[in-house]
Design a protein around this ligand. Structure first.
Ligand code: SAM
Length: 224
């Protein structure tokens, strides 16, 4: 099954897909979406920071962060209105400061769009970039939403190179059926975006089931 080419068919696909899956999503995906907590811990969100998740799904990551650091502000965007219904229900029943809105990742060409002209201290993608047909546009948009000292993190499927071939082939085929694919160009893009002012780290998760990429200022401002 190929990826839908244009924006409206991509959103229509997501709404059809998540209209069926959103209620059971968190429960059924937890054993496949490896490395999420590791990334969230590494984000080391500080009081007063502004955090943006692109492709926030049910908001489980934002609520996880908000439970640990309540004195930060959290924004979640997602292209799927269906998924955002579940996210809104979760956010309503929590005391956390989480703002949700419907946007395609590629359209976030400035943080002004989200009413945060200073930009975000943290922008992250968790298993969403591999679903985005225009991942280059999504990464460029994420960079333009960062403040000058901001950090970008991504956790997502990698090439499963450490797994037996039959498992890796079967899994990648299954992922494609769900419109999910790893494009090696993502790491190349990040290396080029690094420049002299930023530092890129790409670490494997579970024998390259997934990767955890972090692009941060070359001189870190704080550690937790
Ligand atoms: C596999 S889910 C991951 C959800 C969440 N980040 C998590 O870790 O549980 C991928 C999410 O990305 C969203 N998504 C896919 N393409 C998108 C796009 N172009 N712009 C914004 N969100 C998108 C989907 O609607 C979905 O909610």
């Amino acid at each position: 099954m190929s990826q839908p080419a244009d924006a409206s068919s991509h959103i229509a696909f997501l709404d059809r897909y998540y209209g069926r899956h959103r209620r059971t999503y968190d429960l059924t995906r937890r054993m496949f979406l490896l490395g999420r907590e590791r990334m969230l811990r590494q984000l080391a969100v500080q009081p007063g920071e502004r955090v943006l998740e692109i492709g926030c799904g049910t908001a489980r990551n934002l609520l996880w962060l908000a439970r640990r650091e309540a004195a930060a502000t959290y924004h979640g965007v997602d292209a799927s209105r269906e998924m955002l219904k579940t996210a809104a229900d979760r956010v309503r029943s929590s005391p956390a400061d989480v703002v949700l809105s419907q946007h395609r990742a590629e359209s976030l060409t400035s943080p002004d769009i989200l009413g945060v002209p200073q930009g975000f201290d943290v922008v992250f993608f968790s298993y969403s970039l591999s679903m985005m047909p225009d991942w280059r546009g999504a990464l460029a948009a994420a960079m333009s939403c960062l403040c000058p000292t901001g950090r970008l993190s991504i956790v997502d499927f990698w090439d499963l190179a450490g797994w037996p071939k039959c498992i890796s082939l079967w899994t990648r085929r299954r992922l494609l059926m769900h419109h999910v694919r790893f494009d090696a160009g993502v790491h190349e893009w990040l290396r080029e975006a690094q420049g002299p002012a930023r530092q890129l780290q790409i670490a494997p998760v579970a024998r390259r089931w997934a990767y955890l990429a972090t692009l941060r200022p070359a001189t870190p401002l704080h550690t937790k």
